[in-house]
Design a binder for this molecule. Structure first.
Ligand code: PMP
Ligand code: GLN
Length: 398
């Protein structure tokens, strides 16, 4: 967004990634005292007993390196949780790896499994770290744009099929989806699975919003589809499920050979993550599911509050089915350049948002709304959202 020049010494393949959009927007929001609906992080804490478990772990002396794959209690808790909720079974010793957030799991998986010159197919808009992981691996990304279908964003199955070629090694999937809040339908998931099986691809599925699905929706993990267990790496973390984005504690589950490969890459990236947080995460997964249920209900209300306010202001709001985010099209307000609008918003009305185009390779692609779409995060206290709504109303008068 802002013109951040890459440091001159930076290697060429990292030049396009000089800064993250989240750091830029947060800096802009801070500078102008704006409400930050750009970066997706909650402004309230996770379950009190989980926080206490972290303090207790520190007090009990769990302050040295954890084992490479993560502490057994967390690996067991992850496996038990997936067995209970999805009927998916993982050996906690060989099929679960604890990572430094979902981010490390994704990067390590790409580095471990994709050779230089191979291709990774991902959906556009994509989470910002995906293309960087692919670039660091010396591989190539091939993007498949979501398409507007009424107010929903749908997966273009023909385009997905057309993107797969002999160089494709991996499909990188994210449902529930950031930034659109789309949950892939059963048909969309089945098509991904069919394609992966037909071409013998590894599927890396980022499911950090697995719990944050609204209106009675149910998350269906790709690993549960026929033929998928043996080729799927499923990633999640405590960040979104337990409102602890600063803990950077995540995990990846899948077949032992794939997880072993990811562990090999991961061990020289961070070696291991923070030990006390792993103890607290094990507690949370085992004892705090009721808290998560309530979080989902609360977030659904917040989604409604912000979506209604954006519609009142005059945006075309794309209903969010999941995640922290709702996307709003500024075209009805006479604005077709979301980047410019996101630069103005913090200064002129005191609210920060993120332009969706920064998550796209081809924001101006024919028929795509990305250029005029803003992503707003609704994972904030109600009073903060009400104040944001009040401020945004000024746009109507502009
Ligand atoms: N994937 C997606 C889709 C995200 O929105 C985020 C942000 N939480 C991450 C991965 C990174 O998660 P973590 O903080 O656990 O690394
Ligand atoms: N996942 C968060 C988002 O999409 C931000 C993560 C970050 O700041 N890197 O807003």
């Amino acid at each position: 967004m802002a013109q951040v020049m890459p440091p001159p010494q930076l290697v060429p393949h990292l030049q396009p990634f000089a800064s993250t959009i989240f750091a830029e927007v947060t800096a802009l929001a801070t500078e102008h005292g704006a409400i930050n609906l750009g970066q997706g992080f909650p402004d309230t804490d996770g379950p009190a007993a989980m926080l206490e478990a972290a303090r207790a772990a520190i007090a009990a002396g769990h302050n040295q390196y954890a084992p490479g794959p993560g502490i057994p209690a967390l690996r067991q808790a992850v496996a038990a949780d997936r067995a209970t909720r999805y009927g998916l079974h993982h050996d906690p010793d060989t099929e679960v790896l604890v990572t430094v957030g979902a981010t490390e799991a994704i990067t390590a998986a790409v580095l471990a499994l994709v050779r230089p010159g191979e291709e990774v197919v991902m959906v556009e808009p994509y989470y910002d770290s995906y293309p960087v992981a692919v670039a660091v691996a010396g591989a190539t990304r091939r993007t498949v744009a979501l398409v507007r279908d009424g107010d929903r964003f749908a997966l273009d199955l023909d385009a997905l099929r057309a993107a797969v070629n002999p160089a494709t090694r991996m499909l990188l999937v994210n449902s529930p989806h950031n930034p659109t809040g789309t949950v892939f339908t059963t048909e969309e998931l089945a098509a991904i699975a069919e394609l992966a099986c037909e071409h013998d691809l590894v599927v890396l599925t980022d499911e950090v919003y697995e719990h944050l699905v609204y209106d009675g929706r149910v998350h269906r993990p790709l690993a549960g589809l026929p033929g998928m267990a043996e080729r799927t790496l499923s990633v999640s973390s405590v960040a979104k499920t337990f409102s602890a984005t600063g803990w950077k504690t995540g995990w990846v589950c899948g077949p032992a050979e794939l997880v072993a490969a990811v562990r090999t890459a991961k061990q020289f990236m961070s070696f291991v993550g923070a030990t006390p947080m792993q103890h607290a995460a094990a507690h949370a997964l085992t004892h705090e599911q009721a808290w998560v249920q309530q979080l989902r209900i609360d977030l659904q209300g917040k989604r409604d509050l912000l979506s209604t306010a954006l519609a009142e202001v005059g945006f075309r709001v794309h209903p969010s089915e999941a995640s922290y985010f709702v996307c709003a099209d500024a075209a009805p307000l006479g604005e077709t350049d979301a980047v410019a609008l996101c630069r103005q918003l913090p200064v002129q009305v005191g609210v920060a948002a993120v332009p969706v185009s920064v998550f796209c390779d081809s924001p101006t692609r024919e028929q795509q709304p990305w250029r005029q779409l803003l992503r707003f995060a609704f994972c904030k206290r109600d009073d903060v959202l009400h104040e944001a709504a009040r401020r945004l109303h000024a746009l109507r008068a502009c």
